[in-house]
Design a protein around this ligand. Sequence first.
Ligand code: KIV
Ligand code: NA
Length: 272
Amino acid sequence: RKTALNAADIRAMKGQTPIVSLTAYTTPMARLMDGHCDFVLVGDSVGMVLHGLPSTLGVTMDMMVMHGAAVARGLSHAMMVIDMPFGSYEESPAQAFRNAARLMAETGAAAVKLEGGVEMAETIRVLVKRGIPVMAHIGLTPQSINTLGGYRVQGRDEAAKPLIADARAVADAGAFAVVLEKVPATLADQVTEIVDIPTIGIGASVGCDGQVLVVDDMLGFFTAFKPKFVKRYADLGTQAEAAIAEYATEVRARRFPEPEHTFADQAPAKKT
Ligand code: KIV
Ligand code: NA
């Protein structure tokens, strides 16, 4: 699969032009955003958004491979980045390389994303040195929900310094970009100034080098809850349910199908 944009292109956009990104999990959604996004993220948010899981912890390598391969079929312009799921990279750099290589080989992704700062720097270094571009993800890292104790804002007050240290560590280790999730806007601006790689904000700051949102959130498809940082650009969930309700009403009233949706005994005469 050939994509127009790669990790070096994204890296080079810092200071030039804002980087646009959304998540995708399926081919049709990837097709819709391919011409509008610089990179598309096959996020492990797929577990919550499409599979009804309570968190991202239950997402498996097989799920990521299947959704990644589907997204790849819908992209020709945007770069594809894929999340490493919980448990697939934390054990050792060797485990991380094995699973990152599988994700790239079996999906066509051009880079992987993993959660963690200082503690994942060595792993990032090993992957990058061996040919795997890495996007880091710091601040609120949903795979650590059980140790973080909730989806709270990260990096406030005395937690600002460690967050800056995380950003520095992943940049030094060779990450080509870093996602900042749910951190104070002024801290996100500070990190954006400090590191020489693009910062991709989600619940961060308009001053970040780029932005990412979960596509089902911004389209109004995922309505179980709405984080403050989500802007709903459409209300497709409501529209979809209205359409389903109308269909149900028409079937029960025998108003659907109509003649135009059914077939006659005889094939219609060919037009001359
Ligand atoms: O899984 C995901 O969708 C993500 C983005 C929110 C950054 O990691
Ligand atoms: Na994720």
